[in-house]
Write a protein that binds this ligand. Sequence first.
Ligand code: FEO
Length: 391
Amino acid sequence: MAILELVPDIYSIGSKDWGRTLFDAFVSLPKGTSYNSYFIHGSEKTALIDAVDPEKEEELITHLIKLKVSHINYIIALHTEQDHAGSIPMLLELFPAATIICTQSGKELLFHHLGVDPERCKVIADGEELSLGNKTLQFMVTPWVHWPDTMLAYCIEDKTLFSCDFFGTHYATSDLFMTDLAEGEVLSKRYFAELMMPFRTSILEYLDKLASKEIEIIAPSHGPCIKPASRILSLYQTWASDKTENLVVIPYVSMHGSVKRMVHYLSDVLIEHDIRVQMYDLTTANTGDIAASLVDARTLILGAPTMLFGPHPLVASLAFVTNMLRPKTKYLGIIGSYGWGGRTVEVLGELTATMKVERFDPVLIQGAPDEKAYDALDALAHVIIEKHREN
Ligand code: FEO
């Protein structure tokens, strides 16, 4: 990755990971990712905000050498997950006088995950400032976006917010700033869905606090920087709010065609009543796309055939993931078909147990759908239509 000047005396010196396809061994990355690191050459002190994934540490060192960095006063660890902090042990060896700036939780996690000597860490408090001479960093302690250790750093003079994972995007691009908004905002929403959505309450609280600051640039630790910042702040406000859209998301699996006929029938009735539907065949769909749809969806309908004694594993997995991501979806329904029996409805109920939703009566049939099954789907559709009218 090239060295790019973000603002005078602040350089983006991290690394692109163009070819990475998976994060956390689960989240798919259609456009790779980046590990952003920012070097601040203050008039009196120097600081490095976040490091890079250990696999890219040579690139970070190369950039420090190219910039002729001979000393670093502060290594600011906004968050200790290894994609940002994993190369801090190497930096501590190269710069033995450097002090790590982090939260109390960050200090503990740096020790447990990376063996960092707690004596090298200076714990900061919410609102505390650090002067580098002509640049002042003000810290905001923000647990749960998305780890307990997370903090943000705001450069007062440059009106720039260093946000680490918060407002990030898994998006490898040569642009320093997000210029292709059509692509960038789709990826931002997907990133929000998969990493930030479970923490909507914290996010709304932090957005309120950030409203008191004049922010021109957001410099995250994944993906391009964002300028003006107002657009992404507004999007996060919408995504994190309780407001849902007139949208029904229907992920399903069909082994012999019965469930497919059921979901298409239900979908047609809903569409004919001006409800938007997003259907996903789970044998080919991407979980990230489904998660992004759930940011807005008012209703989720799981279409599940019974396999052996319970729901098809792909539907079970999606139910588990949805429960984990805690979307603001208000209504949940299950439709499906079984051969001879099984606990499909009960198991899917258990897998989605912590979702705060109103649950529709399931429509579970034996074998292929008949007139009675279509009548039951009509009834379900009309309940959904009524609920969507009320909201
Ligand atoms: Fe990008 Fe939570 O690490």
